[in-house]
Design a protein around this ligand. Sequence first.
Ligand code: NAP
Length: 244
Amino acid sequence: MELKGKVTVVTGGAVRVGRALTLALAGEGCHVFIHYGRSAGPAQQTAAEARKLGVEAHIHRANLAEAEETQSVIPAAVERFGRVDILINSAAIFPEEDSFSTTDLSLWEKLFAINLRAPFLLSRAFGSQVPAEGEGKIVNVLDARLRRPAPDHFVYRLTKGGLWHMTEMLAHELAPRITVNGVALGAILPPPGADRSYLDSLAQTQVPLKRAGSAEIVADNVLHLLHHDFLTGVVIPIDGGQFL
Ligand SMILES: NC(=O)c1ccc[n+]([C@@H]2O[C@H](COP(=O)([O-])OP(=O)(O)OC[C@H]3O[C@@H](n4cnc5c(N)ncnc54)[C@H](OP(=O)(O)O)[C@@H]3O)[C@@H](O)[C@H]2O)c1
């Protein structure tokens, strides 16, 4: 797919990995519709940086824990740009305390709403506005830890596992009009508040390549999935071999 001039929605596109994806797409000439939840200031800054790359950029707030607000995203982008060609589902939450024995129903519901229901609602709204003869692309941001089952981050894993499965299911369901792929991240960015040395020391002991990744490496792989029209149902692990 030629990316120049395409309209892209990036959820959680204001900060961290989402921001890198937004700017990489803008660098390819895509107009960007930046969804954010709480990061209003960073969303404005990211939009300003995207505009410097010569594309149109708009921001849109929606709490993805709320179905109605989630359902506002694609129609708002269509109102702005007339259509959406690419959807990147990057927004998610990753609670520290999330085990089989301690999780409670409200955390369960919040995680499923943000990490799985939102990509479902957005993908459906996205799919319904791609014309019968048009082409669209969805990329879901997953987690490479799913390659190695373990009981940590119990509900989070279930939601990302569901999204991984949904990636493959929708690759069937939406073909041939729309391709659906994913990137599964390992040690890419330290948790908010921690610095890079946290990831570097983790990488020394846990990552076969003995280094952490970066948001730019994620963006390169997403661009690869978007450029190549014969890829669908593909999930690229970006984890330096950590979860082999
Ligand atoms: N960082 C890593 O190394 C790593 C590793 C594995 C997987 N991943 C995956 O990569 C993606 C991005 O990771 P990240 O570390 O950049 O994420 P992050 O720093 O945790 O940021 C979360 C993003 O999701 C959005 N978000 C969260 N709850 C929301 C809500 N209720 N409504 C609307 N937006 C909401 C946030 O938007 P606002 O700030 O605007 O609220 C923010 O953009 C996620 O899917 C994550 O699971 C990341």
